[in-house]
Design a binder for this molecule. Structure first.
Ligand code: NAD
Length: 263
């Protein structure tokens, strides 16, 4: 049985997502933020969030919470995962841009502690991923699949983790491997499009929270499946829901499908 309230440590508490987590957790009686972890004390100007939390730059503090939530940077995610594994504290992360080597380390650590990861915590995107897989499978070989994403000017990785998530869903529907089929960018004399290509397009600008469209272009018809995020609160609320769900689970890797379709 979960203690009431579940104590959460937030890694990246001074960032855009960290701030949204602090706002969305404020006033709840099922969970409470006990540790607001920032990169350096200087990166947080005084107390954080509506509950005026005192930040710490000690990432080992994740080990003193019931569940840790990380929205920071790849190195910090990995660092938090190691501390969580040492202390047996479940970890929820949404940090994007990890290398394959870093993902292997995360996989290894998930044999010691539950690690929940979603490239996108919105309910809508996770339903979209299922629809994309179904559509790719339904169209079969005769369709060209392209994925467009748009984000704010501050985003540092491309294409977005969500675009890759949708790419993997499309590849699965077509029984392809995304790494073999992905065309990450096009420029110059590219030659004609390959039948099994899954193409990616990226836009960066302004304050766009996140837009993703998967195009299914067939001869004589085109299907476009679009999701638009207008408030990053959807990601924070999804991550808080994941944290509650993860508390008390055995070690392993978990994702939003586990919460949405098996809850
Ligand atoms: P941001 O730059 O606003 O915030 C990141 C914060 O992490 C910064 O305050 C930074 O100082 C902090 N940080 C970096 N290293 C740290 C460390 N060692 N210890 C503590 N804090 C550290 O970025 P953001 O928009 O909040 O996004 C953060 C991450 O979450 C990115 O990877 C982004 O792509 C991802 N993201 C995922 C989802 C999702 O649903 N999965 C949604 C939005 C953003």
């Amino acid at each position: 049985m979960a203690p009431s309230p579940i104590q959460l440590a937030i890694v990246g508490a001074a960032g855009r997502m960290g701030s949204s987590l602090l706002e969305n957790a404020a006033g709840r009686d099922d969970l409470q933020i006990s540790h607001a972890i920032v990169r350096t004390e200087r990166s947080a100007t005084g107390e954080l969030g509506p509950e005026k939390l005192q930040p710490t730059d000690d990432i080992a503090a994740v080990g003193r919470a019931d569940v840790a939530i990380d929205f920071s940077a790849p190195e910090a995610f990995l660092d938090a995962a190691k501390h969580c594994a040492d202390a047996g504290v479940p970890l929820v992360s949404g940090t994007t841009g990890l290398s394959e080597v870093q993902w292997r380390e995360i996989d290894d650590l998930s044999s010691e502690v539950p690690i929940f990861y979603a490239a996108n915590y919105s309910v809508g995107i996770n339903i979209l991923a299922h629809l994309v897989e179904r559509a790719a499978s339904g169209f079969g070989d005769g369709v060209d699949i392209e994925i467009f994403e748009a984000h704010h000017r501050h985003k540092v990785d491309a294409p977005s983790g969500t675009a890759k998530l949708l790419g993997r869903a499309a590849a699965e529907g077509r029984s392809l491997n995304l790494e073999d089929s992905a065309t990450w960018a096009r420029h110059g004399h590219t030659g004609p499009r390959g039948d099994d290509e899954i193409g990616f397009q990226v836009l960066r600008g302004g304050d766009i929270v996140g837009e993703h469209t998967t195009y299914f272009c067939a001869d004589g018809e085109r299907l476009e499946l679009t999701h638009r995020a207008t408030d990053r609160g959807i990601f924070a609320r999804g991550a808080l829901r994941a944290a509650r769900w993860l508390y008390g689970r055995p070690p392993g890797r978990y994702n939003m499908s586990d919460v949405l379709f098996d809850e």
